[in-house]
Write a protein that binds this ligand. Structure first.
Ligand SMILES: NC(=O)c1ccc[n+]([C@@H]2O[C@H](COP(=O)([O-])OP(=O)(O)OC[C@H]3O[C@@H](n4cnc5c(N)ncnc54)[C@H](OP(=O)(O)O)[C@@H]3O)[C@@H](O)[C@H]2O)c1
Length: 245
């Protein structure tokens, strides 16, 4: 039986596909019938992601997305797509007294500028079909404060804000634009997101415990599918109850 969550016939670009949430998002989309275009920097781990997918219809692009020429090259080579999930991102934990212009720019570039400029390039080159879905992966740090998280939180808050604007600008084409804000998820990033001595405290902040990559990937499947066809401009918080307290 076909469900409204089915992704058969949809081609989805996933950035950050070589690790963590991005890799699991590829697997979950492919399991629902979607065709994946996986993007990341590390070729070996990208290939591993592709081998984890059912069927052999999927593609990969090795690209450092902070390089404009590599974004252009990737987008030029792309088939038309029905969706994109922007998972690529980094974390830098630093108290404010250590901020520098270079650190601010480093985090902002991949976490904010890249998803925005990649979306713009895809749109301008007419690669995003009408009735598509765009997902930005923000963070619960866009909603709550935490010592040391400022550089990261600023970029993730910016994604939540621009989601609403791009959603309005693309609504005429029925292209939906949404954000997902996860709490702490068990990926290789976790050691960087939280100071080691704070891990127990962080677990306590999540009444349902830490998340698994599948918890975010399932939400991506929903937001990419026709089941969410009337949802745009939102920020879906998936945090095991962090914000409920
Ligand atoms: N894990 C969490 O607790 C958590 C919570 C909230 C939000 N998030 C967000 O979820 C997203 C994925 O996080 P994750 O935990 O899955 O992290 P991860 O396992 O470290 O994966 C990060 C991904 O980003 C890619 N990437 C980084 N810099 C890049 C660049 N310049 N060009 C292209 N790709 C680049 C990496 O590619 P390579 O490995 O190939 O270099 C990797 O695939 C991030 O945006 C993060 O902020 C994570």
């Amino acid at each position: 039986m076909k469900t409204p969550f089915d992704l058969t016939g949809k081609t989805i670009l996933v950035t950050g596909a070589s690790s963590g949430i991005g890799r699991q998002t590829c697997i979950s989309i492919a399991n629902m019938g979607g065709k994946i275009i996986a993007s990341g920097r590390n070729e070996e781990r990208l290939k591993e992601t592709i081998t984890m997918l059912p069927e052999d219809k999927h593609k990969m692009f090795k690209a450092d997305l902070t390089k404009t020429s590599e974004i252009e090259e990737m987008v030029n080579d792309l088939d038309k797509i029905n969706g994109v999930v922007h998972c690529a991102g980094i974390v830098k934990l630093l108290p404010m007294k250590f901020y520098t212009k270079e650190y601010l720019r480093e985090v902002n570039e991949i976490n904010y500028e890249v998803p925005v400029l990649l979306t713009k390039t895809l749109h301008k080159k007419r690669k995003i079909l009408n009735n598509s879905s765009i997902i930005f992966i923000s963070s619960i740090m866009s909603q709550v404060g935490k010592i040391g998280q400022g550089l990261y939180a600023g970029t993730k808050g910016a994604l939540v804000a621009i989601t609403k604007v791009i959603a309005l600008e693309l609504a005429a084409k029925n292209i939906r634009v949404n954000c997902i804000s996860p709490g702490l998820v068990k990926t290789p990033l976790i050691d960087l997101i939280t100071f080691k001595k704070e891990i127990e405290e962080n677990i306590k902040l999540h009444p349902l415990g830490l998340g698994d990559p599948e918890d975010v990937a399932n939400a991506c499947v929903y937001l990419l599918s026709d089941a969410s066809r009337w949802i745009t401009g939102t920020n879906l918080i998936i945090d095991g109850g962090y914000c409920a307290q």
